[in-house]
Design a protein. Structure first.
Length: 360
């Protein structure tokens, strides 16, 4: 059965002063801070908690390595919490780990929202940071944690050159965030120029024609290696270029989500034809950031999709290797390990014509 999209998502109203060095802004009725990346937003949120060095922070085991990296960069220790097969945090495993951790980062992976209110019941006394890098536009995300981070970098939703947003839901952390943010450096004129050039290159590389012919071939051959950070992490305030583009990008978000939903329907139809046993992880009210499939042989399915002109990837398939850098023991998070061998993600930002893909 094809899951049709529910286009009911709205990005919170966002305002900022593009002509000044922004200190704080309005994100709905909450304070927010503009940074150079989602990673920097996580780093600033962790710094604002003022935890003792070496304190333990829970993170989801199946995840991008950047989350654990920022925990380590902040002088803290990541503790890995398993996920369920529908990519949400495993509440039972969280309850086992709660006595060890002093904070928790909940990632809404691939636009699949966690129930943060239910999560808070399992750990009522610790601060929660919501990682909404994949969850822009989902009204249930970013509302129940003490803080929430968003990303508007390349490939995110909305996708600009760079950028992250830290939103504070708990006023007790606002002054601490402000103090740290006010001393962060801004982009230099040269860095702004290089960012503009990079944005143009990526814009061309990710047009459907160029992406199909060149970009995905290069990207598919590149293996991602994650290393423990050897130097101090240095966040920055958001670039002036991104600030100028941000308002327009946010306003276009409902149209972007609508297009992704239509692309999702096409992708589901294609997968059903070539791999009817593949399980589609449904978005309840998501933004269709990516479509996720669970199958016995994701590499075989990926090759079949590639022949039809549909891009896909085993996203975060190296998460077990990444986590072992920070002490995760084999078989500690069994579902996350299983997912690393059975998950395939299809990005929905590229439009496919079902007729064309059927004749390749």
């Amino acid at each position: 059965m094809i899951i049709k999209p529910r286009i009911e998502v709205v990005f919170p109203k966002f305002g900022y002063h593009s002509k000044s060095k922004v200190k704080d802004n309005e994100f709905g009725d909450k304070q927010s801070w503009l940074l150079d990346s989602g990673r920097s937003a996580i780093y600033l949120a962790l710094q604002a908690l003022k935890l003792s060095p070496g304190s333990m922070v829970g993170v989801m085991a199946y995840n991008c390595h950047s989350v654990a990296d920022m925990v380590a960069a902040a002088g803290l220790q990541p503790v890995f919490i398993d996920v369920t097969k529908n990519l949400r945090i495993d509440i039972a495993h969280l309850k086992q780990k709660t006595p060890q951790i002093q904070a928790l980062i909940v990632s809404h992976l691939f636009g699949l929202e966690n129930d943060v209110r239910e999560i808070r019941k399992a750990c009522p006394s610790i601060p929660i940071i919501e990682d909404c890098a994949h969850a822009a536009g989902i009204t249930t995300c970013g509302q129940s944690g003490d803080m929430a981070i968003y990303s508007v970098g390349r490939g995110k939703l909305p996708s600009i050159a760079d950028g992250g947003i830290l939103v504070c839901n708990n006023s007790q952390y606002a002054d601490s965030i402000d103090t740290i943010y006010n001393i962060l450096p801004c982009y230099t004129a040269f860095q702004e120029m290089m960012l503009m050039l990079k944005s143009i290159v990526y814009a061309v590389a990710y047009t459907p024609f160029v992406y199909t012919l060149f970009t995905h071939r290069i990207a598919s051959r590149k293996k991602r290696y994650a290393k423990i950070m050897q130097s101090e992490y240095k966040p920055r305030q958001m670039s002036r270029i991104t600030r100028r583009l941000l308002d327009k990008a946010v306003k276009s978000l409902p149209q972007q989500v609508h297009r992704r939903g239509k692309n999702s329907i096409v992708a589901q139809s294609i997968v059903q034809r070539i791999a009817p046993d593949a399980h589609f992880v449904s978005h309840n009210s998501g933004n269709h950031f990516m479509d996720i499939y669970l199958c016995d042989n994701p590499v075989k399915l990926r090759l079949a999709l590639r022949k039809m002109g549909v891009d896909s990837a085993t996203h975060f398939g190296q998460s077990v290797e990444w986590n072992q850098r920070y002490g995760q023991v084999s078989s500690e998070c069994t579902t996350s390990e299983w997912l690393s061998h059975h998950l395939l993600a299809i990005p929905t930002y590229i439009s496919w014509n079902e007729v064309n893909t059927s004749i390749r």
